[in-house]
Design a protein around this ligand. Structure first.
Ligand SMILES: [Zn+2]
Length: 436
C-alpha cells in the first residue's frame, strides 16, 4: 500500500510536468495561430500512471485562468481514480469547445472511466470564459437574482424536478451555444429524481440578451465579478504571495480576503497541521490557490539526516495528497536552510525549493504596518513575497496589501504560474527565488 501510494505521487508529478511541458511547447505558436484557432490548440496524451491508463484530449487555450481550471480538473480526476479501489482501469477524457459570438469560449470536458471489470462511470464539467477580460463566468455573472429564480422555475418545469433542488445542486453544468444557453442536468447528480441526463435549452432573447450581456461585461466587469471566485483579470505585472507555517486559526479569514479580491496565493503548509484543518486545505485548492510542502514539523533540513529529510518531505506530500488529491513537488525549506547535501537528496526525490525575494520579517515584528511598508518598499514585477498566515498581524497586512497591489496593476498569481510565466519548468533539487 505504501509503495502504491508513493508511485501515485511520483506519477502525478510526471503528469504535471507533462502538462507544463505541453504549455511550453505550444507557447511559441500562441500569437500566430490565435486568430485561426480561436480557443487554442488540441493537446493529446496517453500514459500509464501505475495501473491506470489515461488517454486525454483537452484544449490548451493560452488563457491562464481557463488552462488552470482545465489542468486542475484533470489532475483531480486522475488523482481520484488513482486512489480509488485498485487504482487500475482506463480513464478517457475528451472535450467539446466553441467560440460563441466571438466573445465567449464555451468548453465542456467529458470523462469516462472503465474499471477492470468493464464497468463504466461518466463525468463532465463545463467552463465558460469571457475572452475580452479573461474572466470565468458563472450563471450569477450573467443573470440577476430575479432572472435566476425565473431560470430555475423554467428548468424545473421542463425537467420535472422541483426548483428547490437547484439550490443544493446548483445549475453549474451550463454552456453558451450558438442560439441559446444549454444547461445539463446529470442523472448522477440528481439520482433518483432523474434516471437519465437531461438537457435544458434557453434560447437567447428569452431571459438573456446577448448584445447587452457583452456590453455589460465589457463596460462594468467589476459589478458582476463579485459572485465568481475565479476572477483573474490578466496583467503584465505579476506577484506571488506565499504564506508559510499554516494552516492556522487565521487562514480562513485570509482565504475570505483573497476570494473577495479574486487573488490567488501559495500556501506552504506544515504537514502535521493538515489533518486538523482539512476543510481549510481543501478550500485552498478549490479556490485555485496552490498548496505546497513546508515539511512535517519544520526542522532545519540541513541539521537532520537524509532519512529524516526524506520522511519530512514525503509525509507532508502524503498528507496534502490525502486532502486535495495531489501532493506536489514544490517545497519551501524551513528557515530557508539548504545545503548541497539536501539539494542533492531533493534532486533524487524529485522535490524542488521555492525561496523568496521579499521578506518583510512579519514573524519577527508581528506588526501589520511594518509588514505592509516593508513589502511596499520592495515590491516589483516577478517577486515572491514571504508571509506567515499563523500570525493575525500578517493577515491584517495582507488585507491592505492585496487590494493595493491589484490597484497598482499587479496580478496576484500562484508560484507555479509565476514560474511558468518566466518559462521555467521546475527541476528537482533546484531553488527558485523569483521569476527571472
Ligand atoms: Zn516556516
Amino acid at each position: 500500500m505504501k509503495i502504491l501510494k508513493r508511485n501515485g505521487v511520483v506519477c502525478l508529478l510526471v503528469v504535471t510536468l507533462l502538462i507544463a511541458n505541453f504549455s511550453l511547447l505550444w507557447a511559441d505558436e500562441l500569437s500566430m495561430d490565435k486568430a485561426q484557432q480561436p480557443y487554442g490548440d488540441d493537446v493529446h496524451f496517453e500514459v500509464f500512471l501505475g495501473r491506470l491508463f489515461v488517454k486525454a484530449s483537452y484544449p490548451q487555450t493560452h488563457y491562464v485562468v481557463l488552462d488552470n481550471a482545465i489542468s486542475q480538473w484533470l489532475r483531480d480526476l486522475i488523482a481520484r481514480h488513482q486512489m480509488a479501489d485498485s487504482g487500475a482501469g482506463t480513464l478517457t477524457v475528451d472535450y467539446d469547445a466553441k467560440l460563441i459570438a466571438e466573445k465567449f469560449i464555451a468548453l465542456k470536458l467529458f470523462a469516462e472511466y472503465k474499471d477492470e471489470t468493464g464497468e463504466t462511470t461518466n463525468g463532465q464539467v463545463a467552463f465558460n470564459m469571457f475572452v475580452e477580460k479573461e474572466k470565468m463566468l458563472c450563471l450569477n455573472d450573467i443573470f440577476s437574482d430575479e432572472q435566476m429564480v425565473e431560470l430555475k422555475s423554467k428548468v424545473a418545469l421542463a425537467s420535472g424536478i422541483e426548483a428547490r433542488y437547484f439550490d443544493t445542486n446548483p445549475l453549474d453544468n451550463w454552456n453558451f451555444d450558438e442560439t441559446g444557453l444549454i444547461v445539463d442536468l446529470l442523472a448522477e447528480d440528481y439520482s433518483p429524481l432523474l434516471t437519465e441526463d437531461f438537457q435544458f435549452f434557453l434560447p437567447y432573447g428569452a431571459l438573456l440578451d446577448m448584445p447587452s450581456l457583452i456590453d455589460r461585461l465589457s463596460q462594468h466587469p467589476s459589478t458582476y465579478a463579485a459572485t465568481s471566485d475565479i476572477v483573474n483579470l490578466k496583467s503584465d505585472k505579476k506577484i506571488a504571495l506565499t504564506f508559510d507555517d499554516g494552516p492556522g486559526p487565521y487562514t480562513e479569514r485570509l482565504l475570505n480576503i483573497l476570494q473577495k479580491h479574486g487573488a490567488r496565493a501559495t500556501f506552504f503548509v506544515v504537514g502535521q497541521r493538515v489533518a486538523g484543518r482539512k476543510e481549510t486545505v481543501a478550500r485552498m485548492a478549490n479556490e485555485y490557490h496552490e498548496v505546497a510542502n513546508h515539511t512535517w514539523n519544520h526542522p532545519a533540513l540541513t541539521r537532520i539526516s537524509n532519512a529524516r529529510v526524506e520522511s519530512q518531505l514525503k509525509s507532508t506530500s502524503d498528507a496534502i495528497q490525502a486532502v486535495i488529491g495531489s501532493g506536489g513537488a514544490m517545497t519551501r525549506a524551513p528557515y530557508g536552510a539548504l545545503n548541497n547535501r539536501v539539494k542533492a537528496l531533493a534532486y533524487q526525490l524529485g522535490y524542488y525549493f521555492i525561496s523568496w525575494s521579499i521578506d518583510p520579517k512579519d514573524w519577527q515584528t508581528r506588526n501589520a504596518n511594518k509588514t505592509y511598508n516593508r513589502v511596499m518598499n520592495h515590491v516589483g514585477d516577478g517577486q515572491i513575497i514571504l508571509l506567515h498566515d499563523i500570525h493575525y498581524q500578517s493577515v491584517d497586512a495582507a488585507e491592505r496589501l492585496i487590494p493595493k497591489l491589484i490597484e497598482m496593476g499587479y496580478e496576484l498569481v500562484t508560484v507555479s504560474e509565476l514560474l511558468k510565466d518566466g518559462g521555467i519548468v521546475p527541476q528537482g533539487g533546484q531553488v527558485y527565488r523569483k521569476r527571472p
